[in-house]
Ligand binder design. Sequence first.
Ligand code: TRP
Length: 447
Amino acid sequence: MKIARFSRIGFILAAAGSAVGLGNIWKFPYIAGQNGGGAFVFVYLITVFMIGFSVMLAEMLIGYLGRRDSVGSFEELAPRHKSLWKYGGFMSITGLVIMIFYSLVIGWIFHFIVLSFGPLPSSVSVAKETFDALIAADIGTQLFYHTAVFMIVTAVVARGIKGGIEKLNMILMPVLFGIVGVMFLYATTLSGFGSAWHFMFTPDWSKLTSDSLVTAVGHAFFTLSLGMASILTYAASLPKGSNLVKSSLIVIALDTAIALLAGLMLFTFLYEYGAEPSAGPGLVFISLPAVFYEMGALGNFFSLIFFVALASAGLTSAVSLVEPMVQYLIDRFGLSRFKASLFSGLFFYLLGIIALLSISTEYGKFFTFGSKSFFDWADFLTASVMLPMGGLLMALFVGHIIEKERVGALLKRELGAFYSLWYFTLRYIVPIALVIVMLNLVGVFTL
Ligand code: TRP
């Protein structure tokens, strides 16, 4: 099958667009807050550059050498047992399951963009009421925005790699970088900046638990978009002769930079106005709006650009969550891109409606299984089970299945002296770390 190619800068922006998402701006600051700050950030950074880098390079390699959709690339590269290994490629379903809740969260962000134009909540408790009213009772509003996200994402993916995904990223990524940059610079002028810096970069090792280690590994996967063929599928459209190591490092550097800048900026605002850094998932939807209120008119402006940045980050990640399945449907069943996009879109759209009902007060009981709502299940199953499994599979595949010579031929030149270190990490350290994560991640990333 002929796949349209990214331009080089288009690929970097698209892969960075995939990586930089709600995970960076919404989730990273609150899990750093909950896990005591500095020590957690330190572990997270090590994990990202050791395990994250190893797996990203492996995932890119499968797509780049395989040149097909996720299933086809495994088939293409497995020397033996092709029919067995190709099942690995079904990990692209994970993206649609993530989209079930991801789309709803982007919808909340759209709603908060609109709210930025009106009066902001005058206290944390008012802000909490506003947010709770939205997710627990306002099914109509959420459905409206969920539908909008479905339409935007489907339309972009239907336009393909070049005309849709690359273009979206070329527009939204600079917007995102610009806004985070401006808000960060403003934050550096406030007195709370020192406390934020101290909180993020002064490790207090006593705060570090085994749970936070596991959280760090799980989050490294989520934030770098690893384990479900987003990066693999994008890399299948890389121009020949691209440098995979350089690309991975740039994507990881951008992703880390945005997470750290967003974290510093949020904590500065929170310290400046006396809010709590450990507030949890409600941090950007509850604590932050109350902080914006304190800033007066400037607060409305900041609220607007902040949620626009968050929506940009979310949308560029969303298309990367859907594209692997679309590529698969096209490659395997010869579907038109339009139909493939529509089917994939409808999958997360319809299940998303169930997720939406599952967190409402009125219908929640019909869609709660065990102690978790359907929303929480989608979130938990992907982050704790499906992504680590996908990552483990790709690490094992590149580390032990693809012929050594083939991997070496491509990467020895790019990695130089670091080649053996990377290969060893991928073969042994990553699988062991991932098995530990799978056994322990229970209960992280719940809303
Ligand atoms: N990385 C994105 C974030 O931080 C989410 C995301 C996009 C993702 N594609 C993915 C997560 C693939 C795991 C796998 O929000």
